[in-house]
Design a protein around this ligand. Structure first.
Ligand code: GMT
Length: 365
């Protein structure tokens, strides 16, 4: 198939899933066209079967707000005609889905261009729920030819909140278990890891507070990977709590699979997660997740088996779990093996990518 993919190319779960999906589909022989405003971070250069089409927006002085959605729609239509795309698959409803629907209308009469929209989380729970975006998010879900969600929870929430009849297919996130795999652990100190875009919903500051509690019992350090609005506040808090030398802010990393296996525990203290991709990637690397029980995370982690889920904001509860894991080697090893087995048996790319392929075929037929 010839597939156009649009996503946010920056550091964030939906862009990562879209990029990995494109690369996996290309490896299975499909022709993939990324249509985005910048090269998606995990795309690299020169992957076989993958092309990148940049969206440029005119900055005419009359425009107070450059019309990105229109530039995207035009580029989608142009790429679809030129490369005879079979379908467009957009990730994150706003505004990609709306631009794709417009591109579909722009096609010459003979060309069909089905639109698949994948819902990732905040496009429904935060952005789509804002009064100014509610109606257009609902419209884009109803008008897409196919809609997928990354968890049962998100599919249910979409149906309830937007009162849409449109069937939403659940296709969970995936990880390539040959790339994300266990490796040697960091020597010396135990390592806690947090990977996110440091938006308030991630509660990155809780990681610093958890480290403080953990260090009362066990010697450990914290690696903070990523960047975003709460990074400065997290750096300031680590200074205030006298933890500067125990917290490393590593910034954005595009080869997380090299870093992850070295850690012992992944911290994901989020306020909300539709799925929790960082936890899945960590599990594949044999790193045990200590997370919060929110959104769709329980579809990934069975508490006490593949990791732990505590109440949002319960820093002491999460710290207690970390201390137990770091102090009881047998318990830790068992859980790390179970986490890896869970990733392999249910979420490996080899299992999930065919679900997308079947879905595309259903729509094309
Ligand atoms: O806000 C974020 O965490 C980024 C966001 C995105 O769309 O870029 O992540 C969402 O999509 C990820 C990939 O499907 C999911 O693993 C995350 O759980 C989800 N984030 C939230 O629901 C907060």
């Amino acid at each position: 198939m010839r597939i156009g993919i649009t996503c946010y190319p920056t550091y964030g779960g939906s862009g990562i899933v879209a990029t990995e999906l494109g690369l996996e589909l290309a490896a299975r022989g499909h022709e993939i066209h990324f249509i985005t405003y910048a090269n998606p971070i995990r795309l690299g250069s020169g992957s076989e079967g993958v092309r990148y089409h940049e969206v440029e927006v005119s900055n005419y002085p009359l425009f107070q707000y450059p019309p990105y959605c229109l530039a995207l729609a035009s580029r989608m239509a142009e790429v679809a005609e030129r490369h005879q795309l079979d379908l467009l698959h957009v990730h994150y409803a706003i505004p990609h889905s709306v631009s794709a629907l417009l591109a579909k209308q722009m096609m010459s009469r003979k060309r069909r261009l089905p639109v698949v929209t994948t819902l990732h989380g905040t496009d429904i729970t935060l952005v789509g729920a804002e009064a100014s975006f509610f109606a257009i998010t609902r419209f884009s879900i109803e008008q897409s030819d196919g809609v997928t969600a990354v968890s049962e929870y998100l599919a249910r929430r979409t149906a309830e909140f937007f009162e849409v009849e449109k069937p939403v297919r659940v296709i969970r996130n995936f990880v390539n278990c040959s790339v994300y795999r266990p490796g040697p652990k960091a020597r010396g100190q135990k390592v806690l890891l947090h990977v996110s875009n440091f938006r308030p919903v991630k509660r990155a500051l809780d990681c610093i507070r958890i480290l403080r509690e953990v260090r009362r019992e066990v010697s450990a350090e914290l690696w903070m990977v990523g960047d975003g609005p709460d990074r400065s506040a997290a750096e300031k808090l680590s200074e205030e709590l006298g933890l500067t030398e125990h917290v490393k802010f590593l910034g954005k990393q595009d080869q997380v699979f090299r870093l992850m296996p070295q850690a012992h525990v992944l911290l994901m203290p989020s306020e909300h997660e539709a799925f929790g991709l960082a936890a899945l990637e960590a599990m594949a690397c044999g790193v045990v997740p200590v997370a919060t029980d929110c959104g769709g995370v329980a579809e990934l982690i069975t508490p006490g088996v593949h990791g732990y889920l505590e109440r949002v904001g319960d820093v002491e509860g999460q710290a207690r779990r970390v201390v137990r894991l770091l102090s009881d080697v047998f318990h830790y090893e068992q859980m790390a093996l179970a986490a890896r087995a869970r990733a392999e048996s249910r979420f490996d790319a080899q299992l999930v990518i065919p679900e997308y392929e079947h879905y595309y075929r259903e729509l094309l037929e």
